[in-house]
Design a protein around this ligand. Structure first.
Ligand SMILES: O=c1ccn([C@@H]2O[C@H](COP(=O)(O)OP(=O)(O)O[C@H]3O[C@H](CO)[C@@H](O)[C@H](O)[C@H]3O)[C@@H](O)[C@H]2O)c(=O)[nH]1
Ligand SMILES: [Mn+2]
Length: 747
């Protein structure tokens, strides 16, 4: 490969003096508060001590956050130079995972697949593999139909340089390209729209039937499969045999073998099968993986990523390239998607100067060699050694007993980029490596491939495994955004997603994959370790949050205090702290391009995040003592609409009788009871120095405001209201709290 003479990318360290000043001011105020509490500990009761402990945790959290965002680093890539300087672009294998045709509508999956196929990259260098853990004939049928549509769509996109290549977004009027308004274009565009509508109708119709189509011919294999009990189904939908660079890339459907009682390791297992199957079929040195709802929004993104991969003077600096997860369904009221985006834009660039962003499961370019357990630099000779005498045995224990895979893996480790394959033998080999017994006795899931944890969050563990070997990673965030996904909307979906993340992260935190071990025994840098801890401990945040939100209510109920009095100067410290913090988050929202209203709404998510953390923690505990079954709860995705629908539901919080809503409702009821008691003057007598006052009431009101969605849920009816059964459970808990509080204060 020709060595570029001028850089394919450049790094910038944006100035962030103001941000640093604000960050340190907040830290200073937090520390002063702690000192103040310590000095006055003896003259106050246990509420003061509890407040001190909670605030210490929040301060610790703030320090971890500061560490993560202190030195932001931004990369600018130059794809035009790449095309000029690297005549022979490297092949890239594209992976899409889907698991459930109901929760993940096939229309969404095929839009993602079509957008990948239409990337601005030589088609003969791309191969797209779809893993279907649902083993659904509907998904296969949809992909087949989609490939027919793609044959019309790709030339159209390239001819008019269409920028938005996921058809559902293009036809909803999201395209901002400069396509001419010529008659010819108008006509072709209308034609395309017609074709796309036919495609949607076909798939809709198929989805409404019990079986989408007659299970004959290509579909015969599906005739006696069950979701969790079936042999491997592997279909080459399109094989680009003519090797046309403007044709349709290679397209493969794969549903790996599944047997009951045979652990399949959820998404991580699917990714490993994709890695092996692509290994014996195309063996590209780079792999891109996206979730089925993350369509490619920037058609040049592969070129951008290759700028970083090929342009780094030292390969170690770029083990993988992670693009931020952005969402297309952030509407003006969206809260969860916007929070994620603000966090991403203001925290993640800061890790660039340490070991780089974490792998977050989707929108990530990996080097195959890294996934195949290669350590950076010095260890490269290990790869050359692998070809010597004992190598074969080494490789068999590592990669399993497939000659084809071993050959392709040793090629990949040596950095050979071209892998001539013969379709028939490779299909046979692919079946072999997709079998559910293939991995036993190998290093898949431990040293090689996506790392297996207890349940989910394969992304975090894999990320940790790679950083622990000493690799660095790079964040790639060009305009327009690289990939756009579907943020769960409505309260339930958000809590369920967060619960899944926090459970998984705690499982990593309390396992041998812990980042602290990796810092001591491997090559994870100390500051990078702190970044992992910041995320992994998330579920534990729920304990201080729970205590801190119970404190004002408790104090009002028993007429005691946990805040300084209104006339004490210390109160200014608290006022300043909350004011600066709120203004600061507001400024972050405005900088990210959101309105004040979105910021205001984002406050409502606090209670959801808290619920997610708490349930994550509970789930972790029940998993740990073996009370609950390990599952991967697939996030429900919205059916893509080709026009921005008039769906009034979106973004509104809906409730059901799931126990998931009990903690939030209880916290709210406890505050309401406390406020009512104080309003009615029903507090017990207390000595003057320590009775509750305005600060406690304000804190309690704040908790009520942060629980906005639940407060609304108390009044609303139907699916927007909290069901009676949940209210009853929460009310019982709330009264228990009041009763116990009084008992404690009496004794
Ligand atoms: O058994 C399974 C379960 C899930 N998936 C796929 O995994 C992806 C992610 O699932 P989703 O429910 O959308 O998870 P999210 O919470 O939205 O995703 C984030 O968080 C997960 C970890 O909890 C990571 O696995 C994901 O990559 C990351 O995007 C989807 O494409 C699924 O089809 C499978 O292939 N097999
Ligand atoms: Mn997802």
């Amino acid at each position: 490969m020709a060595k570029p003479t001028y850089p394919l990318f450049e790094k910038f360290a944006p100035k962030n003096t103001i941000q640093r000043c604000l960050d340190t001011t907040i830290l200073f105020l937090l520390l002063s508060l702690l000192v103040y509490r310590l000095l006055n500990l003896s003259s106050h009761g246990f509420t003061w001590l509890l407040a001190f402990l909670c605030e210490s945790w929040f301060t610790f959290d703030w320090v971890l956050l500061l560490n993560a965002k202190w030195n932001p680093l931004i990369y600018r890539t130059y794809p035009e130079r790449l095309v000029e300087m690297v005549p022979e672009l490297p092949p890239v294998d594209l992976f899409v995972t889907t698991a459930d045709p109901i929760l993940e509508p096939p229309m969404l999956t095929i839009n993602t697949v079509i957008s990948l196929l239409a990337a601005d990259y030589p088609a003969e260098k791309l191969a797209c593999y779809i893993s279907d853990d649902g083993c659904s004939p509907l998904t296969f049928y949809s992909l087949n139909e989609a490939s027919k549509f793609a044959k019309l769509w790709l030339p159209f996109c390239k001819k008019y340089n269409i920028q938005v290549r996921a058809p559902f977004r293009y036809f909803s009027g999201e395209d901002i390209s400069l396509a001419t308004n010529s008659f010819e274009f108008q006509q072709e565009s209308a034609n395309m729209k017609n074709e796309y509508e036919q495609l949607s109708r076909k798939i809709e119709a198929a989805a409404h039937k019990n079986v989408p189509c007659e299970l004959k011919g290509e579909f015969a294999v599906f005739s006696n499969t069950e979701r969790n009990n079936h042999p491997t189904v592997l279909k080459v939908i399109w094989d680009n045999q003519e090797n046309l660079s403007n044709g349709l890339p290679y397209l493969v459907y794969i549903s790996r073998e599944k047997r009951p009682k045979h652990p399949h390791h959820f998404k991580a297992g699917a990714m490993n099968v994709l890695t092996r199957v692509s290994g014996v079929m195309t063996n590209a040195p780079f792999m891109l993986n996206v979730d089925c709802d993350m369509y490619m929004n920037n058609p040049q993104i592969i070129l951008h990523a290759m700028c970083l991969m090929l342009g780094s003077r030292n390969e170690n600096d770029c083990g993988f390239v992670q693009c931020p997860q952005r969402f297309y369904n952030i509407r003006k009221d969206d809260t969860w998607g916007s929070i994620q985006q603000v966090m991403e834009e203001h925290v993640v660039p800061g890790v660039g100067d340490i070991q780089g962003p974490l792998f977050v499961g989707s929108g990530c370019f990996h080097r195959r060699r890294v996934i195949y357990d290669l350590g950076p630099e010095g260890e490269r000779n290990k790869a050359t050694k692998l070809t010597s005498i004992n190598a074969d045995e080494d490789l068999i224990t590592k990669f399993g007993k497939s000659n084809e895979l071993i050959k392709s893996a040793s090629d990949a480790l040596k950095g050979r980029t071209y892998y001539p394959f013969d379709l028939l033998t490779s299909i046979e080999a692919a079946h072999h490596v997709a079998g559910c017994n293939y991995e036993s006795g190998t290093c898949w899931g431990t040293k090689v491939g996506w790392t297996y944890g207890r349940t989910t969050n394969e992304d975090f563990i894999t990320s940790l495994t790679i950083h622990s070997k000493g690799w660095r990673s790079t964040r790639l965030s060009p305009e327009p955004p690289a990939f756009l996904g579907c943020a769960p909307s409505g309260g339930l979906a958000v809590i369920v997603q967060l619960k899944k993340w926090y459970t998984g992260m705690l499982e990593i935190f309390f396992s041998r994959n812990n980042p602290i071990f990796a810092t001591v025994t491997a090559r994870l840098q100390f500051r990078q370790c702190l970044i992992y801890i910041f995320f992994l401990k998330g579920g534990l945040n729920s304990i201080p949050l729970l205590c801190y939100s119970a404190l004002p209510a408790y104090c009002i109920i028993v007429n005691s205090s946990f805040m300084p009095k209104v006339h004490e100067p210390a109160i200014y410290m608290l006022v300043a702290l909350s004011a600066i913090f709120q203004l600061y988050t507001l400024s972050l929202y405005l900088q990210t391009g959101f309105s004040i209203r979105v910021w205001g709404n984002s406050q409502r998510v606090g209670i959801l995040i808290f619920s997610g953390q708490l349930h994550g923690l509970l789930r972790f505990i029940t998993n740990f003592i073996g009370l609950s079954e390990q599952v991967f709860e697939v996030t429900k995705k919205e059916q893509p609409a080709s026009s921005d629908g008039d769906d009034v539901d979106v973004g509104r919080f809906t409730f059901n009788d799931s126990p998931i809503f009990v903690p939030g409702t209880t916290i709210l009821l406890v505050q309401l009871v406390a406020l009512a008691l104080s309003f009615l003057g029903l507090q017990p007598l207390a000595d003057d120095g320590n009775r509750s006052g305005l600060p406690e009431i304000l804190c309690s009101v704040t908790v009520v405001l942060f629980s906005g969605p639940f407060l609304k849920g108390l009044y609303e009816r139907g699916k927007y209201g909290i069901p009676m059964s949940t209210i009853c459970k929460s009310a019982s808990l709330a009264f228990l709290f009041v009763y116990l509080s009084r008992c404690i204060s009496m004794s």
